[in-house]
Ligand binder design. Sequence first.
Ligand code: 3HC
Length: 695
Amino acid sequence: MTEINSVTTLTHDGDVAVITLNSPPVNALSGNVRQGLYDGFKAAGASDAKAIVLICEGRTFIAGADISEFGAAAGTPTASLFDVQDMMENAKVPVVAAIHGTALGGGLEVALCAHYRVAVPSARLGLPEVALGLLPGAGGTQRLPRVVGVETALEMMTSGRHVPAPEAAKLGLVDELAEEGKLKEAALAFANKCVAENKPLVKISENNTKLEAARGKPEIFAAFRKANARKFRGFAAPEANIKCIEAAVNSASFDEGLKAERKLFGELMMGSQSAAQRYYFFAERQAQKIPGIADDIPLRPIKKVGVIGAGTMGGGIAMNFANVGIPVVIVEQQQAPLDKGLATIRSNYERSRTAKPEETAKRISLITGSLSMEEAFADVDLVIEAVFERMDIKKDIFTKLDAICKPGAILATNTSGLNIDEIASVTKRPQDVIGLHFFSPANVMKLLEIVRADHTADDVIMTSMKLSKQIGKIAALVGVCPGFVGNRILGQRQREAQKLVLEGAMPWDVDRVLYDFGFPMGPFAMSDLAGLDIGWVKEKSNGETIRDVLCEADRRGQKTGAGYYDYDENRNAQPSAFTEKVIHDFIVKSGANPRKIDDEEILERCIYPMINEAVKILEEGKAIRASDIDVVWVNGYGWPVYRGGPMFYGDLIGGPAVVLKKMQEFEAKMGDQFKPAALLEKLVAEGKKFSDLKG
Ligand code: 3HC
């Protein structure tokens, strides 16, 4: 065995040279890896090997370029990815890439420079650069459409989808599927076959057949852009990916296409969107790390889960566990709501069709119902309460759980803002009590706020964090405070949105500004969608707020055809003269003078107080680090990921000094609600950024 460098070895197996990479955790293409590959291929080429296999140790094949290198200062000069690719593609003997785990981004781009690819069925291949606000910058945009065709390349590159190996084999991306666990043997056998059969050294870059099929058909691109306009709104990267495939089709040569790719890659890399999306990639992973708790702390096994409440929330929560094979028992007080809840779960599964019918049936069978907590919860490892938001009801439930559940069971509440310490205080085991705040619809929304109460044990926190990953959620650990992190910050935006309307902006002005910023919808459109009458009681309504008056006029949102907006039969919203009059009457009654409010003020009034509140949350220790707040807002509240989150955005627009100045201005004009956080002033005094708040 020859040690090429610290992450690369070269061995020989008969006539085949085997280059093995071992750079945990994901064999990303850092400088060291590129140099190892370059030197490895050079040495293999100079040996008497008749074929070369590239294989990786650890959990995966190369998962892409090393994202942490992007935007960082250049280190010691090493071989570039292009040097490595040239060496592979122009090797004089067949090169076979042996793929397990994931071949993503630069990893797939390397594999596409091998003459052949062998993969185990569990492997996944893709070009996910778009999710980082980028495009494949090592020839992937030019090679992928040459293999899979233009339409499939458009879909794969703009979605970033990880394609399972069996599908990749059908697409021609993989030449042979190996038996699981026998990758090396299969790759060696394939390499020997190449030699024995004198198979050609296939260079993808030289095969234009699939591109020619799309030449002179701009309608392919026009139709793709049109069909995806909504999905791509606001993002720069999807369009740049499309342009690269257009360049592949229309360029006179592979090299000309590569030039277009390089140019567009450089533009994206320099832009703020990719910076935000790359930051966000690491923010999500950082959020899983809890200072003071070892990552390998022994976890509590979760083999069976209980849920209290068969409503929309309880049902959605239950589905998350059934989806990963964990049995769930739901408890309700009455048979009718229990039956209704279970029926809703069944129909959700049947409608969503995300799994094969037999898998769907299995998931449904894992969710059972009961009317008795005593019977249902004696053996559960985790119970999640998802009932009405009233402290007395929650306390009553937790008193019972304390008496029923086995020692060590985790007792969780899905409260969206009640004091969990108070809930825990009725039990004799506050160390087992935690908040698991799911977002509605709980089977769809990615965010999970995990709420640490005063006495919550470390292993309960870590078990919850790991469990969240198992059920496909993105978790952030937060502390007990009204509204926790997400809703507490949302409260600022809601308050300002309402106030702006009473000062002269129309709901559709506020909504438009926030929609253009990148949110999926503004607060008023959101209220109409959710129903204006949530929490509204007809008998107690006395026209005190705009919402009261709208509900009294039976304008309760989309479901009644009118709310803040008027809706046509297809639920298309139109500004409403009725709402405008209601607002006008309120302003007149208050004696205020409506004024013209420009878009800039609307945005600043909605966003700056959110950033200020986020800083207060950090000051109080209710979130660990600034980036956790961004994780909450991107995942749970539709903050556009290409703006990173409120904290990243705060730095992008100039940092704490800019936000402080604006808050001081607002405070002077409009009072205490805009009082800057003390920590904001401290950051400015110390010349720090929001991203310096790292916990
Ligand atoms: N660069 C640097 N670090 C990476 C990385 C990468 N490409 N991919 C993963 N990591 C790190 C993560 O930050 C994490 O580090 P941590 O343990 O310190 O938090 C560790 O590897 C493990 O990652 P995950 O927690 O995400 O592990 P999973 O097993 O859940 O997922 C994965 C593995 C599917 C490979 C996932 O990490 C992933 O999607 N990675 C990114 C893949 C990607 O986007 N590749 C394209 C990069 S851009 C590119 O190649 C440009 C080229 O065209 C020139």
